[in-house]
Design a protein around this ligand. Sequence first.
Ligand code: EPU
Length: 331
Amino acid sequence: MDNYSLLRHNTFGMDVSAKHFYEYSSVEELQGLIKSIPTDEQILHIGGGSNLLFTGNYDGTVLHSAIKGISITDETDDSILVRVGSGVVWDDFVAYCCEYNWGGVENLSLIPGEVGASAVQNIGAYGSEAKDTIVLVEAVELRSGQQRVLGNAECNYAYRQSIFKQELKGKYAITYVTYKLSKKPELKLNYGNIRSVLQGKENISISDVRQAIIDIRNAKLPDPSVQGNAGSFFMNPVVSREKFLSIQKDYPQMPFYEVEDGVKIPAGWMIEQCGWKGRALGRAGVHDKQALVLVNLGGATSDEIMALSDAVCKSVKDKFEIDIHPEVNFI
Ligand code: EPU
């Protein structure tokens, strides 16, 4: 399709268009499409558009996977391997797993987007990350159409990072992801207020955890269908122990997480300390319940969102001498 509106394909609600747009439902269809795209044409592969900020019309071809299907590829008494089409809505897959009592992704309930993006972004929330369950990622090279299968280790997963955001950025379409889920799940209840939301409940099931996560998210995060947003706009920075201790002296109540290479400080907390929570610049705002999320207050342009992003980063730098970086991709 030519001059195709991308409004329905980005949760920030940017009213932009793509020169060409194609959706495919199989690997073969994708390979056929790739052959027809001129070699000098730029290609952008999108998922649910929940981590993108379009800064203008896209002068190239936008591809989107509509590969569906969830199938079991292997099973033992303890675990199950499930191969899922990249175009499956992520939360439909999570709901499916919870229905069958397969554990591993329940803490990732209600994350917007699609299965393909889970493998690119290494989506994470409430103590779980996609990388904890991903076994295989099937992909197609966007210029040659060649298929490739990557094991978990080859994907170089880290916090909100993967090979698909680094060396292979923009080079592959994810077609299928295989996850390993547990038939004897261990529930992860220690993050944030999961336990308190579940208080009083006995024999907690995977579906109870899913419901608790849904309730927590709904209370804090804006619904993109009501108010344009792309979830967390910034990543949480990791700082050295020395730096952390020096800030902690002034802010003993600062939340933090010890990680391998230092200490992670929630950017949302720093943004709130800078006084940005609930404030706006033009039609772009900082969400009033979770300062890590920037929202389109209605008709915001990408320039307004970027101006707010820059102002927030500058405030955090001035107050804490820490650089924070957008997690959202600017296109
Ligand atoms: N906090 C504040 N003020 C705020 C926001 C947070 O003080 O405005 C504090 C909270 O009180 C808490 C800490 O910061 O002590 C962490 O907050 P929260 O648990 O809400 O998580 P986060 O670090 O802000 C990350 C993910 C979210 C995910 C949550 C829950 C990133 C970039 N974001 O946010 O992911 O839902 O943890 O696990 O790591 C997303 O990627 O779009 C997303 C929403």
